[in-house]
Design a protein around this ligand. Structure first.
Ligand code: PXP
Length: 245
């Protein structure tokens, strides 16, 4: 059982989304990372997508050179992204499925079906000292496949839980997450979670004792429009700590 401090990785992709809407320099993801650090974030998460729709290679280089917090690079399982990860050596890499037409990461990785593609990428990242996680659905088969691949961490996709919560009935999806987190503990795999989390739905997830880290982005950047990024992160931290207390 993990319990104790639940780490918060703040995903700053959508600071870059707003910047890119005008193509200039503002708002700056590096400044967002510094504010996140001041607000008590435990890490900075960025997704360098194949189409560079938000974070760019230059953003990643600047973040890697400037911030003290650990960086978690979300990346597709491609040779291009592997080369970039090996060049910048982030603290962590989270392998995610990526489809060009999707608005956001819609499903979990098929760790079971893609064993042969993922195996060398997981191995090369691990050999470089990068903590590898696989973003998967809360499904025992996927967790067991992740463990077979030698991934020390999985991140559970909380998107379906978030949708169910919006629809007013999250019990079944929460039970899936709880069972998956417990299964991770049995497999000896560190368990993280993320996607679609907000103030209203974070507490039951944060209360799962096996979870070590949440990664949260879109809601925090959206809320920052109203209250500022630092206040939004502090409030999220408060909800997470209250759920753990
Ligand atoms: N974790 C992973 C693996 C993701 O792909 C994303 C979205 O980029 C997040 C967490 C954060 O999701 P959200 O922006 O909905 O908080």
């Amino acid at each position: 059982m993990t319990a104790g401090h639940l780490r918060l990785g703040v995903n700053i992709d959508h600071v870059a989304t707003i910047r890119n809407a005008r193509g200039g320099l503002h708002p700056c993801p590096l400044r967002a990372a510094e504010i996140a650090a001041a607000a008590g974030a435990d890490g900075i998460t960025v997704h360098l997508r194949e189409d560079r729709r938000h974070i760019t290679d230059d953003d990643l280089a600047r973040l890697a050179g400037a911030i003290a917090l650990p960086i978690n690079l979300e990346m597709a399982a491609t040779d291009e992204m592997l080369a970039i990860a090996l060049r910048h050596r982030p603290h962590a890499a989270c392998i995610v499925p990526e489809r060009r037409a999707e608005r956001t990461t819609e499903g979990g990785l098929d760790a079971a079906g893609q064993h042969n593609t993922l195996q060398p990428i997981v191995a090369r990242l691990r050999d470089a000292g990068i903590r590898v996680s696989l973003f998967v659905a809360p499904d025992a088969r996927q967790l067991e496949a992740a463990a077979r691949l030698g991934a020390p961490v999985v991140e559970l996709h909380t998107g379906p839980y978030a949708h169910a919560h919006d629809a007013g009935d999250a019990a079944a999806e929460l039970a899936r997450l709880a069972a998956a987190a417990a299964h991770c503990a049995r497999l000896g795999v560190e368990c993280h979670a993320g996607h679609g989390l907000n103030y209203a739905n974070v507490a039951p997830v944060a209360a799962l004792p096996e979870l070590a880290e949440l990664n949260i982005g879109h809601f925090l950047v959206g809320e920052a429009v109203f209250v500022g990024l630092e206040a939004a992160i502090r409030q999220m931290r408060h909800h997470m700590d209250a759920a753990r207390a």
